[in-house]
Design a protein around this ligand. Sequence first.
Ligand code: FES
Ligand SMILES: [Fe+2]
Length: 326
Amino acid sequence: VRNPGDYFVTSVGGQSLIIICAEDGTLNGFHNVCMHRATRLLSGEGCSGRISCPYHGWTYDLGGRLIGAPNSRDVPGFSLSDYRLSQIQVEDVHGLIFVNLDGEAAPVREIYPDLEDEIKLYCPDLPNLVFAHRTEATLATNWKVAVENFSECYHCALVHKSFFSEDAADGVNAKTYRIDVRGPLHVHYADAHRKGGEQRREDEFAAWWLWPNFAVQSHPGCVLNVRKWTPIDVNHTQVAVDWYFAEGAFGEDERAMVEHHAATVFAEDIPLVEWVQQGLASSAYKSGPLMIDTERTGLSEHAIAGIQDLWRDAMGENWQRQSKQP
Ligand code: FES
Ligand SMILES: [Fe+2]
């Protein structure tokens, strides 16, 4: 969506959405539904100077204003200006496009204040990267179990041998792993294994987790993936890891790295989070302790405590009511 008229269709929370670049280069977002009789307007992606409904031909401009409706002059009392597409919030944060269906919600830059500056440090070229590959799976677990699994490296040494290996392209130094908890933003840092050279942020590993179900992970050389956990139902979660590389840079080595990640760290976590979900239903399980150490090292589970606090806050009275039930 770099040029006026460029658009793509996506969905969030079951709502179909259009993201489209306006004449002046700003991004607009609309619910993908015609204000006449509710047909879906667009699908996939493309470029178009206007949005035309395939059913009766109502036409909207790139700002969502209705600019044409066949036969409307002969319909008493009808005015084009009474109708426009339902707008959603869209925010471009260093090339990452965030949408919010709640028109009153605070902007991403306000909720996660350090996010943009920090991603810029680690991956300055992010706005120019292009999508290369998606690794995805349906997990037989609740989304919170999958997110908690991402948010600690207590299990890494035992489970993800390759992640700490010097031979893996995506490997990091275990001793340097740490997670900074800043309210709804958790930042993971680690030194990547480097062979000499000057030390630059762009050559290190960092990941930003955004409450509740989204993370961006930057590997050396501005290789980036974006991860989304989408709840399907209480026992199932869709997880997708989208990899981005510089234009033309997704060659054999890069493909091997992505496939290596899918076969190791990504695959290794799947049975674990599914066994946890089964275990949570065990009549013998009572909530166990979080292993939080005083130094908040890479082995500490403090980020999970942070997530559970955020969850309790978000649930508010619903959580209190439930927990008081016998
Ligand atoms: S439903 Fe879109 S023009 Fe009729
Ligand atoms: Fe893991």
